[in-house]
Design a protein around this ligand. Sequence first.
Ligand SMILES: [Zn+2]
Length: 99
Amino acid sequence: MTVETTTVTAGGAAAGRAPGRPARPPLADLITSVLFVDFGEGRENRDTGHITYTRPPRARYECLLCLTAEGPVYGAAAVIAFTASIKTDHTSRCAGEHR
Ligand SMILES: [Zn+2]
């Protein structure tokens, strides 16, 4: 199974305006980074729970403020660790302007 997930790290709602509500900034002004996660392709051994991957999971992070990318990282454990901390880790060293 391949699933590419896009995480909107700020805002995320459609830029449309509901009646009676104030206008929001354009969505492009709210998105500051994107986290891509590919869960890979593999088969699980039902007896052991072990997954043999034909394409390992991978993840990549792109910052739209400083225009850099981190990763990709490969493998289930690396993807779990990367996705858990990349936003915080990158923000601490980002040269872009965070709001
Ligand atoms: Zn950055």
